[in-house]
Design a protein. Sequence first.
Length: 80
Amino acid sequence: MCYDARYLVPLMPLVFVSLVKLPEMTLWKVRQSRHVVIATCVVSIVINGLAAMPYWRYWDSNPLYASARSVLRVIHDRLG
């Protein structure tokens, strides 16, 4: 249901290690392929940003407070 980055964080150093050799690769030396690589990165960032945007209001909140508030709301609705 939600996008969780905790599964990706341990893999990020492994992903960025491969970028060390990027300037030496033929793929990066050809101008058109360089633009394709950059466009793919931009599209990926936009898609992931759009996936994270619905959850922006939860970034600065305490999950314990939100849970207690929802439990109190249910109790209040049932009691009257």
